[in-house]
Design a protein around this ligand. Structure first.
Ligand SMILES: Cc1cc2nc3c(=O)[nH]c(=O)nc-3n(C[C@H](O)[C@H](O)[C@H](O)COP(=O)(O)O)c2cc1C
Length: 195
């Protein structure tokens, strides 16, 4: 099973990096699988610890993908790293084994500390739609644009019906980013936009 989370990593200089990551739950392990190149991977090779943050604040998901990465954090309890302020719960992990791969290595992690902070308030379809749209936006360079737009149209109906102002803002950030991507690719086809 894959849980969609916000992963925080920190290099040995203390520079923090935050990114949405799907974490695979495999028996007692949590597996992080970054596509290269990845700042998350660089940090983990330097300091093999991370914090897996479970949050329903979809602005963090949308924000990290639209150059709004500066969310408040505080120091982790057992590992060199930080906890996202909005985490409902978090798990601090240590990398124990790496399955090397040219494109996407798999980093097996052992949980060393768990903490709950706030209650889960139930599912919300607009929040799920923002997470799905964020995944599409993170893959704009590899998924055909017509497919992205078709899926966005489908997701937008749940946003219209069930979002609060917080989710609407996150959705708006993603849609603005998609428009910028489209404008950029029509002017400079094939030129990298994402990183
Ligand atoms: C919900 C969600 C899950 C994601 N899961 C992964 C993942 O498992 N591996 C990955 O490389 N990128 C994943 N991404 C994309 C990264 O968040 C994004 O590309 C990020 O910038 C990774 O590169 P970085 O480590 O250089 O920041 C995901 C994005 C979203 C919205």
């Amino acid at each position: 099973m894959i849980r969609e989370t916000i992963l925080t990593t920190m290099n040995s200089k203390g520079d923090v990096h935050m990114a949405p990551f799907g974490i695979t739950v495999e028996e007692d392990d949590l597996v992080i699988a970054p596509f290269r190149p990845s700042r998350t991977l660089d940090n983990l090779m330097d300091n093999p610890h991370a914090v897996v943050n479970y949050t329903d604040d979809v602005q963090v998901f949308a924000g990290c993908l639209t150059h709004r990465r500066h969310w408040k954090t505080r120091p982790a309890v057992k590992v060199p790293g930080v906890i996202l302020q909005q985490a409902l719960a978090h798990t601090e992990v240590r990398v124990t084994k790496i399955d090397e791969d040219e494109k996407r290595p798999r980093l097996h992690c052992e949980p060393v500390y768990n903490e709950m902070h706030s209650p889960f308030q139930g599912f919300n379809r607009a929040q799920s739609s923002v997470v799905e749209a964020a995944i599409l936006i993170s893959r704009l360079e590899i998924i055909p644009l017509e497919q992205v737009e078709g899926e966005i149209t489908y997701l937008s109906s749940a946003v219209e019906k069930t979002a609060g102002p917080h989710e609407l803002k996150a959705w708006e950030w993603l849609m603005d980013y998609l428009e910028e991507f489209k404008a950029h690719s029509s002017k400079r086809p094939g030129m990298g936009f994402m990183k």
